[in-house]
Structure formats: structure tokens, C-alpha cells
Design a protein around this ligand. Structure first.
Ligand code: ATP
Ligand code: MG
Length: 399
């Protein structure tokens, strides 16, 4: 039995079209990612080489639009009308699309028609279709001008088994399909920076698992809930997210007891890197991801980063390293993590923050302090007793 298609979308991808032999891999990943997020819909994705069509048989077209707008790898998409291959029907559909666009732009529109014909039995050539349709539309709608060089809007018409028609595309987020750059371990604190860092690496195709270090009762239950809320904000972009909540109180207290006061923060950061590496070992992670930015705080100078990065042999991706706080905040607002990040629950209790932290640590000296504190057993213990939370990619299941 023929299933009834209820909506049809064109999906355009950018960079993945350029990836040579890896293209199939990228394409497969993108299709899989879209489908995973449309779990409760029935959809089929066809097409290849940078252009796909999503056919929806069951589900909400608006949900499809919101998924396409937030799936990395997609540069643009448009709702496609599929109609009978006859000029009058095509004209009616085209009229509807251009009318909406004219209204949106205040009554004038420079446009062009891009016609393609793979069905060679259709009696007109692509050029003839464009000219004839252009004449008819021009006669029926005021304010339309044909401009083939710099159109404000392109009306696409493709004649295949049916006539497929679509107008302006909605922008997608760009980037690469999540998963095609392997797995990364995101150190997710409750601050502004680390969610943005996660977003940026997911955008480059890295599937993230998040790790949060929780020092109860020095950090509150609310601080933990805030991190869970942030992970929920990131989960749709990441296609769902595993969050590891690591009880970090025992290592913290040992550091406080045995490290010199000014080195506490650095030793603690190094301890976090070690546990993140354990998570990576367990989950086939290829890199660690942090929200560090050069010179933002004492633990983020070149000397400090050299030390905190020295306890792991994995690459550490710090996508914010060259960004100003203002730029980071703008991105946080755009991806809707900012309001959550500034909720007033302090992540790091003041008793663990030295008054005068080291800014330019000597590598040998700080490494010796780290060795003396001897955290490894406690770090393993903390990792083993982590709480594991899975956050699905669908908004509906979050509440
Ligand atoms: P953010 O940098 O996210 O605003 P923050 O300013 O509290 O949070 P920093 O002190 O700047 O954090 O820490 C630098 C980076 O170390 C963070 O971006 C994050 O990747 C990681 N980090 C710090 N604290 C934690 C924590 N409690 N759990 C997980 N990661 C953390
Ligand atoms: Mg920070």
C-alpha cells in the first residue's frame, strides 16, 4: 500500500560535500542523527551528494523544522511542495510561495526561477518553464521583478516523478554531523564558558559525554541541578548526552590538606583532567574539551595550562582559548545557555579557592606538589562512584 506523505523537505549540507572519500561516512552520520532526533516520527531521507529530501509520513512537520534547524551539518532547508506535473498546478503553488515572501518583504521582491528537469518527457525545457512561469506570475502578482543576477529569493522547480517546488531556505546551524569526529569528554561546570565550548566542538562533529565534578556539601544540590539543566540544553545539539557526576569532595579535601594554598586550584584542575581521561578511556574518547580561555583566570595562563594538561596524554580542545568573555556570552545567549549559567549557585566553594593563586607556576615545582598530594587512588575511587545520567535529545522527554 502506498503511504501518504504529509510533508517534504529539502536539506542542503555544506562542508560535508567537500570531504572526498569520507563523504559517505558523513552522509550516513547526518541521516542517522536526523532520524534519531525524529524518533517518534516516520520519515525517510533520500538523495545524496549534498542534497537530500526528507519525506515525512507520520509526525509533526513543525517538529521536523525545529530538528533540522538544530542539527549540525545542515546549512539550509526548505519545505517542498510536491504537485502534479502540469504548469497550472505549478503556477498555483509558486504563487503561494511568492505571495508569502512578498508580504514578508513589504510588497516588492526581486526573484528568479531555477527550473530543473530530469523528466525529459515533459514537453518544455527548463528555460521555457522558467520564462513561461515568470510571465504568468508577473501578470498575477504586483511588486515582482525578475532578477537573475542578484535575486532576493529563488523559486526552485524540479520536474522528476512529480513537480517539486520550494522557495527560500531556512538557515541551518552549519558545522559537521555530530559523531563523525569521534567522541570527546566535555568538562562541564555550571559556568558560562564550558557549555559554549561543548557547543563549538559538537559543531565540528564531536559527540560529547559530559563530566561534572561535584563537591557536596561544599557545592550545593542546586549547583548540580544547574549542570543537569545545562546538559539538557546541549543534548539536542549533541543527539542526547551522557553526563557523569563525579563526587569530588574527598580529592578536594586531600588537596586542601596537602597542597600549598596558592597551588590548590591547579592541583584540583589536574585532578579533574585525570578523571576526564578515565572517562575517555572507558568510552573511547579521543580528546578532552574545556571552557578555558587564555588569561581569563590564574589557572588559564600558558604556564598553568601546560601543567594542567600534562597529566593526560589526550589532546585538550579549548575552543574558547582566543575568545573574549563578551564573545563567549553572545554565543551563550544564542544557544540559550546563558540564563541558566548565571543562576546564582556557585560551582566552586570559596574554601577551596586560594586568595592569591599561582599565575605563572614553575612546571617542575607544581608537578612535584601534585606528586606529593598523591591523588591517583582517590581519583579512581571518585570515578568509580560517579552517578551516570543519560539525557535524551528530545525536548518533550526532558520535563
Ligand atoms: P566556566 O569556565 O564554564 O564559566 P568556571 O569559570 O566556573 O566555569 P573555570 O574556573 O573557568 O570554570 O574552569 C575552567 C574549565 O574547567 C571550565 O570551563 C570547565 O571546562 C572545567 N571545570 C571547572 N570546574 C569544573 C567542574 N566542577 N566540573 C567540570 N568541569 C569543570
Ligand atoms: Mg571560565
Amino acid at each position: 500500500m502506498q503511504r501518504e506523505m504529509i510533508a517534504h523537505f529539502l536539506i542542503r549540507v555544506g562542508e560535508i560535500g567537500l570531504k572526498g572519500e569520507n563523504r559517505n561516512l558523513f552522509e550516513r552520520q547526518l541521516k542517522e542523527n536526523i532520524k534519531r532526533r525524529l524518533k517518534e516520527c516516520e520519515a525517510r531521507i533520500v538523495g545524496r551528494r549534498g542534497r537530500y529530501f526528507l519525506e515525512l509520513y507520520r509526525g509533526d512537520p513543525e517538529q521536523v523544522e525545529s530538528v533540522l534547524a538544530t542539527t549540525f551539518g545542515i546549512v539550509g532547508f526548505a519545505r517542498v511542495r510536491a504537485v502534479k506535473k502540469e504548469l497550472a498546478t505549478i503556477e498555483t503553488e509558486a504563487l503561494g510561495i511568492l505571495k508569502t515572501e512578498l508580504e514578508r518583504r513589504g510588497g516588492t521582491l526581486r526573484y528568479k526561477i531555477q527550473a530543473r528537469r530530469t523528466d525529459k518527457s515533459f514537453p518544455m525545457s527548463s528555460y521555457e518553464i522558467a520564462v513561461e512561469l515568470g510571465n504568468r506570475l508577473g501578470a498575477r502578482l504586483e511588486g515582482l521583478t525578475v532578477d537573475v543576477k542578484q535575486p532576493e529569493c529563488t523559486l526552485h522547480i524540479e520536474l522528476r516523478d512529480k513537480a517539486y517546488i520550494w522557495g527560500p531556505q531556512t538557515e541551518g546551524p552549519g558545522g559537521l554531523p555530530v559523531g563523525c569526529a569521534g567522541k570527546g569528554i566535555l568538562l562541564l561546570s555550571g559556568g558560562i564558558d564550558s557549555p559554549v565550548a561543548g557547543y563549538m566542538m559538537a559543531k565540528r562533529g564531536m559527540k560529547l559525554d559530559a563530566v561534572y565534578f561535584h563537591a557536596y556539601p561544599y557545592t550545593s544540590e542546586e549547583a548540580k541541578q544547574k549542570v543537569i539543566s545545562l546538559a539538557k540544553k546541549l543534548a539536542p545539539w549533541n543527539g542526547g548526552m551522557n553526563l557523569l557526576i563525579v563526587p569530588f569532595t574527598k580529592p578536594q579535601l586531600k588537596i586542601k590538606e596537602l597542597a600549598t594554598p596558592e597551588s590548590v586550584t591547579l592541583v584540583m584542575r589536574a585532578g579533574m583532567m585525570r578523571i576526564a581521561q578515565m572517562a575517555a578511556d572507558e568510552r573511547h574518547g579521543l580528546a578532552l574539551v574545556t571552557g578555558e580561555a587564555l588569561s581569563q583566570v590564574a589557572s588559564q595562563t600558558a604556564q598553568s595550562l601546560r601543567f594542567t594538561g600534562s597529566v593526560t596524554d589526550l589532546p585538550i580542545f579549548r575552543p574558547l582559548i582566543g575568545m573574549d568573555k563578551e564573545e563567549i556570552i553572545r554565543t551563550a545567549e544564542r544557544i540559550d545557555t546563558f540564563e541558566t549559567s548565571i543562576l546564582p549557585y556557585e560551582d566552586c566553594c570559596t574554601i577551596f579557592s586560594p586568595k592569591r593563586p599561582m599565575v605563572t607556576p614553575n612546571f617542575e615545582k607544581i608537578s612535584a606538589i601534585y606528586a606529593k598530594v598523591d591523588l591517583e587512588d582517590l581519583l579512581h575511587e571518585a570515578f568509580e562512584s560517579s552517578e551516570r545520567v543519560y539525557i535524551p535529545p528530545f525536548k518533550d522527554e526532558l520535563e
